[in-house]
Write a protein that binds this ligand. Structure first.
Ligand SMILES: Cc1ncc(COP(=O)(O)O)c(C=O)c1O
Length: 379
């Protein structure tokens, strides 16, 4: 079997397991607001899906997203998840020989998309205590000064580490992007979980593209819906040649409209639960020798547990947890330099599921210390 087939079979098996506890992909498994379900069911019942949705998205949805951002002078392009917007930006804005800068750890797909455009990708290593596990201003400046930088891809809050950037840092990054005459793609997929968040758009409106996702805060990952926010003239350029020129999923868009309308009454409890889950995990990690959490609390709906001092391969923890019905993720998915250092654990799950993760942690770590298998979970 080829690797892509093996990988798919792996995920197929996960999806086919109704009892799996999903703590590996930062998806949200807390119960949906009834209005969101009703809106999606009504779209199916009425068979509205026979028609294409408007090319850049339902007007009501685009207006609600702008007000969710608290921005008035921008526009929105609806995409099939934030990932499609990122794909399109990396393909349309980057050309052969140009450079993209991002971080390691980070999220791997924009790097792959940029390479398809012939761009070179520089990943700046940030899993370092002396950097507070963040991209440093001088670090970015130094890389940007090397010339030919066309795009800076900044994930904030950062999947997988959960750090976020202060207003001063965002202002400095925006100034660096402006001096380099580069696009700043501000990936704000996890913004809703953050303790504090600043949009780079406010400091560099002319060339900042901000992503939006409905997968995480609203829990619609399988419905594939997101968007890009930028100045109208930038959205105009991006709307020309968008992969999904025939519009995004209508059912998802109706659900997202309902979600945004009910967000203020529904989402705070989701965030309370995921933060309580972070705390439980933090407390479970403390007594275990050689394990630690470099970032706590996290600004995302996930935390990282460093297992390198214990001499445990992240893949071993992933394998042992999966054998016990819990999916978590190994660092290698999101890092080249730090692939042996940590696992990522997502926290938007019912509290009993996070408790289960915590209860079995000592036993899993003990088994991991004895683990002889070298076969690693590569997905
Ligand atoms: C940093 C980051 N950006 C984008 C995405 C993709 O979001 P979507 O599900 O909206 O395509 C993810 C998903 O995990 C992510 O972690």
């Amino acid at each position: 079997m080829r690797p892509f087939q093996k990988r798919n079979k792996h995920f197929e098996a996960l999806v086919a397991n109704p009892d799996l506890i999903w703590m590996g992909q930062n998806t949200n498994h807390l119960p949906t607001h009834p209005a969101v379900k009703q809106a999606m069911i009504a779209t199916i019942e009425n068979e509205d899906y026979h028609a294409y949705a408007p090319p850049i998205g339902l007007e009501e949805l685009r207006a609600l997203m702008l007000s969710d951002f608290g921005v008035q002078d921008a526009d929105i392009l609806i995409t099939d998840g934030a990932i499609e917007g990122l794909y399109h930006a990396c393909r349309q804005l980057l050309s052969d020989g140009e450079r993209m800068i991002t971080t390691d750890p980070g999220w791997p797909w924009p790097e792959a998309f940029a390479k398809l455009s012939g761009a070179e990708v520089q990943t700046l290593p940030i899993y370092e205590p002396e950097l507070d596990y963040k991209l440093g201003i001088n670090q970015l400046e130094g890389a940007a000064n090397q010339g030919n930088v066309k795009l800076i891809y900044l994930i904030d809050p950062l999947n997988p580490l959960g750090i976020g950037y202060s207003e001063d840092e965002i202002e400095a990054f925006a100034a660096i992007a402006r001096r380099a005459n580069a696009w700043l793609v501000h990936d704000c997929t996890y913004r809703h979980f953050s303790h504090d968040h600043t949009l780079a758009y406010h400091y560099y409106p002319e060339r900042t593209i901000t992503t939006y996702s409905f997968s995480k805060w609203l829990g619609l990952a399988g419905m594939r819906l997101g968007g890009l926010m930028a100045r109208p003239e930038v959205i105009e350029t991006l709307s020309d040649g968008q992969p999904n020129a025939l519009g995004s999923n209508l059912t998802s868009q109706r659900g997202a409209i309902a979600g945004l309308k009910h967000k203020s009454e529904w989402f705070p409890e989701v965030n309370r639960i995921q933060r309580a889950n972070q705390k439980s995990i933090f407390e479970a990690v403390q007594p275990i020798n050689d394990l630690y959490m470099p970032v706590y609390p996290s600004n995302g709906n996930f935390v990282v547990i460093d297992c390198s001092a214990a001499g445990i391969a992240p893949e071993t923890l992933v394998t042992l947890y999966l054998e016990r019905g819990i999916m978590i993720r190994q660092a290698a998915y999101q890092s080249k330099n730090y692939a042996d250092r940590f696992v990522k654990v997502s926290t938007t799950v019912p509290e009993w599921q996070a408790q289960r993760f915590c209860e079995i942690l000592p036993e899993v770590v003990a088994a991991a210390r004895e683990y002889k298998e070298t076969d690693r979970a590569f997905f």
